[in-house]
Design a protein around this ligand. Structure first.
Ligand SMILES: Nc1nc2c(ncn2[C@@H]2O[C@H](COP(=O)(O)OP(=O)(O)OP(=O)(O)O)[C@@H](O)[C@H]2O)c(=O)[nH]1
Ligand SMILES: C=C(OP(=O)(O)O)C(=O)O
Length: 231
């Protein structure tokens, strides 16, 4: 594991270690392939960087561990201040999160652990702080994505394990597993993951982070009409 150490700020309440999984860029954001053409990997990286930059600005976040085997993503996210956890099992998202949880545990005894999707390009630090404040009341809790089918955030306070069950209809799976569903007003940017061109459009309405915004502007420039969202 490489990267910068703990953040300095102190606030009251639970402190959190965030675990952010980032898929190999060559395979990431496949549902945006038609809209982005050859710049799909670049867009996936811009989205991940905007997500992690916002997480690092959240006052109750102590550290951010990015689980990735992608060297380009790892270098960029480490440059922002995340710790990079490589060597994931290679068997998908949930094993990658468990790998991150194993790395975070000894680093962060007594803090909460929180898995957060890396595809939240409109993420606002204050909204994440609101969700984490709600999560500190439960052993295990989660936040559904905007459509209410999947999950964008799964949290475990000290003494509990994440037991991640992401992918597909994970809201129902997390509920069945006994995790508490967080119902938090003003958390739209934490729920707005981006899988399709329409999602990207909706995230833009919320306000995109600077890297994603810049790349979309380039994609929509002259000669890039196929990149317009939604397509
Ligand atoms: N480290 C790691 N992260 C993953 C893996 N699979 C998915 N992720 C991450 O999990 C989150 C949700 O991913 P998905 O929506 O399933 O995949 P995606 O690449 O974002 O989009 P699609 O290719 O369209 O499915 C994103 O942060 C991904 O980068 C994996 O095998 N390893
Ligand atoms: C990984 C998930 O969803 P998506 O593939 O829609 O990002 C999920 O919601 O568990």
């Amino acid at each position: 594991m490489t990267g910068r150490g703990e953040r300095g700020e102190r606030t009251r309440g639970t402190r959190w270690s965030l675990i952010v999984p980032v898929k190999h860029l060559a395979r990431a954001k496949s549902r945006l392939a038609r809209a982005t053409g050859p710049r799909r990997a670049e867009l996936a990286l811009a989205i991940a960087c905007d997500t992690v930059a916002a997480v690092l600005e959240c006052p109750t976040v102590e550290r951010v561990l990015v689980v990735t085997d992608d060297p380009r993503a790892g270098a960029a996210l480490e440059g922002l201040g995340a710790l990079v956890v490589a060597g994931e099992p290679g068997t998908g998202l949930n094993p990658a999160l468990e790998h991150g949880e194993s790395a975070a545990g000894p680093l962060a005894p007594g803090t909460g652990l929180c898995a957060l999707s890396a595809d939240l390009p409109a993420l606002r630090p204050a909204e994440l702080a609101t969700v984490l404040r709600a999560a500190q009341r439960y052993g295990r809790s989660f936040l559904p994505d905007s459509p209410g089918v999947g999950t964008t955030l799964l949290a475990a306070t000290a003494g509990s394990c994440l037991l991640p069950a992401f992918e597909g209809a994970s809201r129902a799976r997390h509920l069945r597993s006994g995790a508490r569903e967080l119902r938090v007003a003003g958390a739209g940017s934490v729920r707005r993951d981006v899988d399709t061109p329409q999602d990207l459009w909706d995230a833009r309405e919320l306000g995109l982070g600077p890297r994603t915004r810049r790349l979309l502007a380039e994609l929509e420039g002259p000669g890039h009409d196929s990149a317009r969202v939604p397509s």
